[in-house]
Design a protein around this ligand. Sequence first.
Ligand SMILES: [Fe+2]
Length: 435
Amino acid sequence: MPVTQFTVPEKYTYNIGLGSYHHSEALKGANPVAQNSPQVPPYKLLTECISGTSFTTPRNLNLSVWMYRVTASFNRGRYVSYTAETASSKVAAGPMTYSPNFLHWNDFGLEPGYDWVSSQKVILSSGDIATKTGFSYSVFAATKDMAPNTAYYSSDGDTLIIPQAGVLDIKTELGHLMVRPNEIAMIPRGLKYRVTLPAGSARGYICELRQGHFRLPELGTIGTTGLANARDFQIPVAVFDGTITDGVASCPAVEWTIIRKYNGSLFSCTRNHTPFDVAAWHGSYYPYKYDLGRFSVLGSLLYDHPDPSIFTVLTAPSFRGPGTAVVEFCIFPPRWQVMENTYWLPPYHMNTMSEFIGIIMKDPEPNPDTAFKPFGGMLTGAMTPHGSDKKEHDAERAKAFKPAKVATEPVMAFLLESASIPGVAEWASKIVIEK
Ligand SMILES: [Fe+2]
């Protein structure tokens, strides 16, 4: 079965299909028919829209969502600087540094005592938040739930979440996502959510995409299906934390705190209503998750390696030139090697793109001090020569060629490949091994 056998069972139901226009109702009939903003929507709800792209973005790239809720996000107190202690405020500040060497982090090893928001630390960054260019790669290591009646959102970019350990229970304004290692999730810019940890501590990686949005790569001559298939992406269904009285939807007045990331800094405001009061929504701008075990791996059948773009799950086109991406998210799952006169290790190479590799799962290696471990990372900046050790190549060159499975399961590595050269945060440069 091309599905990950998770140790923690799923607890939610989902719509399916990435790129589709979705429609979901927690209260039957709460989405108005045809009209998006009627004078009085069903259940006397309010209409609120999030535009994820400019209004005039071409139809196939245009992303927006209409929500029907009890109280508008507009009704809130003033934002003030969020002063709670965070892992990043202590150690991530400082100038970015750039190294032409091969960079290796054995273990990002974050401290206990932080939640989803406060545990995040930027490792690498490129571009500029305020001009909506580039991206950042971060790690998180949360050991506790977000505080009760607290939600979070980022104004700075879409958030691609790559858990490495633990389970994230993510309640968004559009519904629930349960995300486990070997699944990924994407939360769009501007959508409020709250993260709890049903299986204890959780850690992993985050890619914040400031420029454009992730989408499935074009398939070209591959045809209709293959790689990550649209039908395997799971989209939340509406949840409504309120009641109906005499046909009118309402939620109790309870104080909530909204933490918001804006141009790289955290702010917060209070309000007297829950953000989870969306009774229905429809649109193309929504969170989703995907089981990496469902990736349909394609490859060479006779000789040589295709480019690793064959492993692309999601791409964020930069539109700077044909086929260029701000970031591409690729994976290296277990797969069969059947080519003749070709071994599975990639040839030595230099790449115009910068490559950041992380490990989600892998059997322990004989030497744990030097091995490339889960929750570590490797960066090869643009045109940095790289490849495997000579002794690994020598071993493969001496083997007889026969079909074999690459990597011992369970194993899953990922690659975030970008057109830009990322800088290294000060805290990360202090623990890096340079080669
Ligand atoms: Fe490479």
